[in-house]
Design a protein around this ligand. Structure first.
Ligand SMILES: C[S@@+](CC[C@H](N)C(=O)[O-])C[C@H]1O[C@@H](n2cnc3c(N)ncnc32)[C@H](O)[C@@H]1O
Length: 263
């Protein structure tokens, strides 16, 4: 089968499987197996499609996240290894990093904690974009710690990665950033199969973690990613815990996504 034929077939099968973006996914999978860009893939439409493509297509048809099937995913300036050991880094989390960088603008060699690091996306982006920052990444899941470490080594970014829990926030930092689990347990069944059937549940489901971290934290600056409709509540919690300069920033979809404060 040629690349052109494989593209048409894959788009149809992914559409039937309920994938939201069947055309783009088919293009990215084919480009990946060919080791070229999407444009490069179109230039090879009459070439034979590699056998390896069938396995990847089947995985995506079963609604495995595209990032897991590809094994890598772009986040800000980095390409991170991604697999079922940790949550796929989301585009909205790039705004979290943006706020951290803005708050750190006038700091020298800031000590930064990324609590619940997953792939290491936030910690590694801060280390990449603020090379003088001393960044620590903590996660309670040993699998996530292993993946974040692999990403740090592969990207040659010098961060500390360790297993730990929320108490790490109390160790004394210039900035604590966290995208903690914030999906309510009763929302679980309504989530897309890519999330519900493949991503680690412990990375997603949680309640009250923002408040807990804010209470424990010994830090001058605090930055949180929050779920839809949670920003005002989290901002209120920060105010009652004595934080000042509380601000809410929206993501590209205009959802209130980031809450920050200082104390
Ligand atoms: C929503 S994911 C965020 C992953 C990554 N920071 C990102 O933005 O893509 C939350 C992460 O917090 C970790 N986590 C959950 N509870 C935790 C706890 N009590 N202490 C430390 N990490 C925790 C999970 O294992 C998971 O990797």
């Amino acid at each position: 089968m040629t690349v052109g034929e494989a593209l048409r077939l894959a788009e149809q099968r992914l559409g039937e499987a309920g994938v939201d973006t069947p055309r783009v996914d088919a293009e990215l999978l084919l480009a990946h197996v060919l080791g070229v860009s999407r444009t490069g893939m179109h230039e090879r439409r009459s070439q034979e499609a590699p056998d390896e493509f069938d396995d990847l297509l089947e995985r995506r048809v079963r609604r495995e996240p595209l990032a897991y099937v590809l094994g890598e995913w772009g986040f800000r300036r980095l390409v991170l290894h991604t697999d079922a050991r940790a949550l796929v880094p989301r585009p909205e989390t790039e705004v979290v990093v943006e706020r951290c960088l803005a708050l750190l603008r006038d700091e020298t060699e800031p000590r930064v904690l990324d609590l619940g690091t997953g792939t290491g996306a936030i910690a590694l982006s801060i280390a990449d974009e603020r090379p003088d920052a001393r960044v620590t990444a903590v996660d309670s899941a040993p699998d996530a710690v292993a993946l974040a470490r692999e990403n740090a080594e592969r990207l040659d970014l010098d961060i500390e990665v360790r297993e730990g829990d929320l108490r790490a926030a109390a160790e004394g930092w210039d900035l604590v950033v966290s995208n903690p689990p914030y999906v309510h347990a009763d929302e679980w069944e309504s989530l897309q199969p890519e999330i519900r059937d493949w991503e680690p549940r412990d990375a997603l489901v949680g309640e009250g973690l923002h408040e807990e971290i804010a209470r424990l934290a010994s830090t001058r600056l605090l930055v949180f990613e929050v779920g839809d409709g949670q920003a005002d509540h989290v901002a209120g919690a920060l105010a009652s815990l004595g934080y000042a300069d509380i601000a809410i920033t929206s993501d590209l979809a205009e959802e209130d996504r980031v809450v920050e404060g200082r104390r």
